[in-house]
Design a binder for this molecule. Structure first.
Ligand SMILES: *[C@@H]1O[C@H](CO)[C@@H](O)[C@H](O)[C@H]1NC(C)=O
Ligand SMILES: *[C@@H]1O[C@H](CO)[C@@H](O)[C@H](O)[C@H]1NC(C)=O
Length: 508
């Protein structure tokens, strides 16, 4: 539709008139927005999860400098997810060894040139994979032959043969306690049990601790993909709870020479190893594969002990690649590595002036419903016109939920916090018109909103008891829907946005 719109001159003036009218009406609507009653039914479906929110709050904010990630326990993949945005000037990767390396142009890349390595697991496959079969993996987007689905149990879904990537694991690893869920999986099938959790009789949660197997998969996946698809220029990794905007990624990778060593994604670090965060998706060039896995048929076995001793498969892969001279990202102050591959989904990450016009490559922790929405947006997009950017995600999936004020909505604003106890001492930013208004922010919902309005950069605020939080970035979060038990156990949060200020954000 968009393509047609751009190409048809007769429709353009009409379209602009219509758009002007819609924007006009929309402005009036915003002014009249009341509390929750007016939220579209869609808005309350995303059930907030304190854990995700908490990890998002710590993980997805721009950091001043790298922080050592904690090794992993239950939420194995969650803790080391760090933002792909690193605003500080501090180098994130030592630049000395690779300063001279610049990407070469390799125009004309398509999904025929890549292999998509799709990772899932037996305990989540039936819940997470089907949505991707009709979206991410649809044949008009990427050829079946260019996709390999990796799990820890072999299955067949229609034309898809799902590979048990742990099938060739050594005897030594098989005896590891952490590997037990793999050995137990066969018993589920043998006893007619379903690890589907679809709320249908016969469901079981599957072998407990199935996620522990995750770390064992990364090296065999990359090894297998490279050996079986030696003609691919790029190996792109994605997880079953991610969405990758492939057309954006393919255009991004065109800037790099696939025969050189490139390992690109969202930066994460553990134990001083820099690596691409798995959930955010990443790309490995054929050059990087040959330099590592290609040069050493025993790479997987070589890192068995390291795998046993560490928690995250993406870290293990990054560590192994580094041993073969494949560095993550490669440059330091290069903005190409700052944005795009995201460790969270669109509703638990931030939108700001700095990422507004940057391309979006992925979202992680995606619900099936969001996968469907991202896919629809992608299908409607004319990538020859320009890449899909943060501002487009904002327009399509964030802005429709924003209200000038809404009750029972989470407290995601956090740049400035004013409460009764600190109000006397807080320093107002220089762009705040009135210090008095700023320091009174804790007194009421109205006072909090007034303080936000008085601060030129403020785009959202939230209020709870005697705490007013304000931020210069948009963070959608999620509300607490009617009937949710949390409404019984908490005071009411009230949040608000100033979306008109966002409309002034432009592209530098
Ligand atoms: C396991 O080994 C067999 C035999 O060598 C091979 O055909 C298969 O591709 C291997 N599987 C994986 C996941 O590497
Ligand atoms: C909201 O803020 C309060 C106080 O800072 C905190 O205890 C709570 O965990 C926050 N809730 C969410 C969902 O972030």
């Amino acid at each position: 539709m968009r393509r047609a719109f751009h190409k048809d001159n007769r429709i353009v003036p009409l379209g602009i008139m219509l758009l002007t009218f819609i924007v006009f009406v929309y402005h009036f609507e915003l002014d009249r927005q009341g509390p929750l009653g007016e939220i579209p039914a869609k808005a309350v479906q995303a059930v907030p999860n304190a854990l995700i929110v908490e990890s998002a709050r710590t993980a997805s904010r721009p950091l001043e400098e790298p922080v050592e990630a904690q090794p992993i326990k239950e939420e194995y993949q969650e803790h080391h997810a760090v933002p792909s945005a690193i605003p500080s000037a501090k180098p994130i990767v030592s630049s000395s060894s690779t300063a001279a390396k610049q990407p070469h142009s390799a125009k004309g890349l398509s999904t025929d040139d890549i292999v998509l390595m799709f990772k899932t697991g037996a305990t989540v496959l039936w819940k997470r994979v089907p949505i991707h079969l009709t979206t991410s993996l649809s044949a008009h987007r990427i050829n079946h032959d260019n996709v390999i689905i990796y799990s820890d149990y072999p299955e067949t879904i229609g034309d898809w043969e799902i590979i048990d990537v742990l099938a060739n694991t050594s005897e030594q690893v098989r005896h590891s306690e952490l590997f037990e869920p793999y050995v137990q999986q066969g018993d589920y099938e043998a006893r007619q049990n379903y690890a589907e959790q679809l709320n249908v009789p016969g469901d079981s949660a599957g072998s407990s601790g199935g996620w522990k197997l995750d770390k064992y998969k990364f090296l065999p996946i990359v090894d297998h993909a490279g050996r079986n698809r030696p003609d691919a220029k790029w190996y792109i990794f994605m997880e079953d709870d991610s969405y990758l905007f492939l057309p954006n990624i393919v255009r991004y990778l065109e800037k790099f020479d696939h025969t050189e060593s490139w390992y690109l994604g969202s930066l994460a670090w553990i134990h001083g190893d820099y690596f691409a965060h798995g959930g955010s998706g990443f790309a490995l060039s054929r050059g990087a594969w040959e330099q590592s896995f290609g040069s050493d048929p025993h790479l997987v076995q070589k890192f068995e002990a390291f795998t046993e001793a560490h928690g995250c498969g993406d870290h293990i892969l990054g560590h192994a690649l580094k041993e073969y001279g494949v560095q993550f990202g490669e440059t330091t102050d290069d903005s190409r590595f700052r944005y795009g591959f995201n460790p969270e989904s669109h509703w638990s990450t931030w939108f700001e002036q700095d990422n507004w016009c940057q391309p979006v490559y992925s979202w992680h922790h995606t619900h099936g419903r969001d996968v469907a929405r991202f896919y629809s947006l992608e299908q409607s997009w004319d990538f020859d016109h320009r890449p899909l950017q943060f501002r487009d995600i904002y327009q399509a999936l964030v802005a429709p939920y924003l209200r000038s004020r809404v009750e029972w909505w989470d407290n995601l604003s956090s740049k400035h916090e004013i409460r009764s106890s600190n109000a006397k001492h807080v320093q107002a930013p220089s762009t705040v018109k009135s210090t008095e208004t700023w320091r009174s922010a804790w007194q009421s919902v109205d006072a909090c909103e007034a303080a936000c309005t008085a601060w030129a950069e403020c785009v959202q605020w939230s209020f709870y008891e005697d705490l007013c939080k304000m931020d210069s970035m948009i963070f959608l979060g999620s509300g607490i829907p009617a009937g949710d038990p949390r409404r019984q156990s908490n005071l009411m949060w009230t949040s608000g946005w100033l979306p008109r200020r966002v409309e002034n954000w432009g592209c530098q």
